[in-house]
Design a protein around this ligand. Sequence first.
Ligand code: SF4
Length: 179
Amino acid sequence: MSTKGEGQRPDSAPWYADGLRFGCTASGRCCSNHGEHAYVYLMEAEVRALAGALEMEEGEFREAHTREEEGWTLLEPQGSSCVFLGGTGQCGVYEARPVQCRTWPFWRENLTSPEAFEALVESICAGAGCGRLYSAEQVLNIADSTEAWYAGELDEFPASAQVGTAPEAFPPRMAPKGG
Ligand code: SF4
C-alpha cells in the first residue's frame, strides 16, 4: 500500500525519457505497508465498486473496511497488508481495485527523480525495470490521470492510463480475507 502521488509534472524531458519497464510479479509488496506508505485512498466511485464486488451495501462496506482521515476515505488495512491481499500476493478484488492500485508505480511522487524511483519503487518491487516498456508519454499519462482522478476531475478512469498487470497471466483471483 502506498500514498497518493503529490509530485510535480516535469516541465522538460523527464529522466525517464526513454521509458520505464514494469511487470507485476505478484509479490504483493506494493499492497503491504512499507515505511510511511500505508494508504489506499478511495473516491466515492471506488467505494461503490468495491462494495459491489463484495456484494455489500455501501454503508456496510464503509463500516467494515474504511476509515476517514483528513477528509479522505481510506481502506483500512489488516495488520501490515491490505485486507484484500491474498496469500499468494494477489488482489482479491482485482476487477474493482482502486485507481492507485491500477496505476502504481507510475505516480508523480515516485517519478520525481531516479533516486525517488529507486527508493519508492525499485527497492520494494522486483518488477521494476522488467517487463513491458512504457514510453515516457504513457508514464506521464498514467501519472497525470492518477492526479486528476484523486482531484475529482474525472468521471471515469481511462483504461489507457492503467498499468497492465496481465490478469490472464495470473491464476484465478483469490477471495478477500475480510468482509
Ligand atoms: S485493493 Fe488489491 S491491489 Fe489494492 S492494495 Fe489491496 S490487494 Fe493490493
